[in-house]
Ligand binder design. Structure first.
Ligand code: SF4
Length: 206
């Protein structure tokens, strides 16, 4: 998979999530696409997000510490620089402090079906949304929220330059893996393998 005619792979934010779970899943997705199992999990996730959207329309903005904001649902964004696309559950639009970024600040919100505090991979997903929002819509993105569908709480995440750098490094590592067709090692803990839909293709995980 090399040469000038090769099309650049466009990754999705779902790939970022799966890469954090196990890089090999992203390898299978792009290097062996025909083996991908079908799953009911995606349908369940879609239903949960639709319900969350209906509730969001009735929710007060105070949960995000805001008095006023415009809401945009299911926003598609992309970054040419990263070769990444994604769909953001909710984007809040507020006035930017000091009129920066053309006067608009965008705040991505990601719904999660977990009650735990956001770990590094959730923070990176949000930073990826922030990078793509700035590239797609202009304006400024300084922070985002992870909204838990279980606890109904929103956790604010500052989208720092180091978080953004981590996103760029991970996308570069995914690209190198796919373009060189190099199957990565399994994760150091085999816990993710227990319920993995790709398990029958991984003969080295027992
Ligand atoms: S079975 Fe384990 S090593 Fe194989 S793709 Fe799944 S999580 Fe990764």
């Amino acid at each position: 998979m090399s040469g000038p005619a090769m099309e650049r792979t466009r990754f999705t934010v779902t790939d970022l999530k799966q890469y954090a779970y196990c890089p090999r899943i992203v390898f299978y997705t792009y290097c062996l696409p025909l083996i991908r199992p079908t799953t009911g999990k995606m349908e369940e996730g879609r239903r949960a997000h639709e319900e969350a959207r209906e509730r969001e329309q009735r929710r007060t903005l105070r949960i995000y510490g805001l008095e006023e904001a415009r809401r945009y649902f299911d926003v598609w964004v992309a970054s040419e620089e990263l070769g990444l696309t994604g769909r953001i559950d909710l984007v809040l639009e507020v006035a930017a402090p000091g009129g920066t970024g053309g006067g608009r600040e965008w705040i991505p919100v990601d719904y999660k079906q977990t009650g735990r505090r956001a770990g590094p991979h959730l923070r990176r997903q949000l930073a990826a949304y922030g990078i793509m929002l700035e590239e797609t819509w202009g304006g400024v993105v300084r922070r985002g929220f992870i909204y838990s569908l279980l606890t109904r709480r929103a956790e604010e995440i500052p989208l720092t330059s180091s978080l953004r750098r981590e996103v760029r490094e991970i996308v570069a590592a995914m690209r190198e893996m796919v373009e060189r067709e190099r199957m990565p090692d399994p994760p150091s803990s085999l816990q993710p393998c227990v319920n993995c839909e790709f398990r029958r293709f991984c003969n080295d995980v027992g």
